[in-house]
Write a protein that binds this ligand. Structure first.
Ligand SMILES: [Zn+2]
Length: 145
């Protein structure tokens, strides 16, 4: 039933409205991590190279990665914070099976904003401390598993 709803071409709503039921579908299927990490959000991660605590900001335009700010409450007031290094979207052909399925569902439903978000969520980024390049989904999975 959820699948049918998600495939409906007449589906209207923002990317969050589309991604929420996708999370429900993954929860129903018992998929760990991604059943609560699909939305554009801040994700905690640890740099696999230098172990710096990082924050991958998928709400930011364009999405980026920053060191975790110990003064986060200040940042929210000022909208200032450490510099972001970019998140590079994955090419749709390079997406892993789960991400590829979600991407195709979003594209088929005409949800281009949600589809684009998924390419960033399953893309790569650079550690702002040591400049190591790493996979966004691998580090999100490592942090939340
Ligand atoms: Zn690092």
């Amino acid at each position: 039933m959820a699948q049918h709803y998600l495939m409906a071409e007449s589906f209207e709503g923002g990317e969050r409205a589309y991604l929420y039921p996708l999370e429900d579908l993954l929860a129903f299927e018992g998929v760990p991590v991604w059943s609560h990490c699909l939305l554009p959000d801040l994700h905690d991660a640890i740099c696999p190279s230098c172990s710096e605590c990082l924050e991958i900001d998928l709400c930011h335009t364009p999405p980026g990665t920053r060191r975790r700010d110990p003064h986060a409450s200040v940042r929210k007031l000022n909208f200032k914070g450490p510099t972001l290094t970019g998140v590079r979207p994955a090419a749709p052909a390079d997406l892993q099976p789960l991400a590829s399925r979600l991407y195709r569902m979003a594209v088929n439903a005409g949800q281009s904003a949600a589809a684009e978000h998924l390419t960033y969520l399953f893309g790569r980024t650079t550690c702002p401390s040591c400049a190591a390049d790493f996979s966004v989904p691998e580090q999100i999975e490592a942090f939340y598993s």
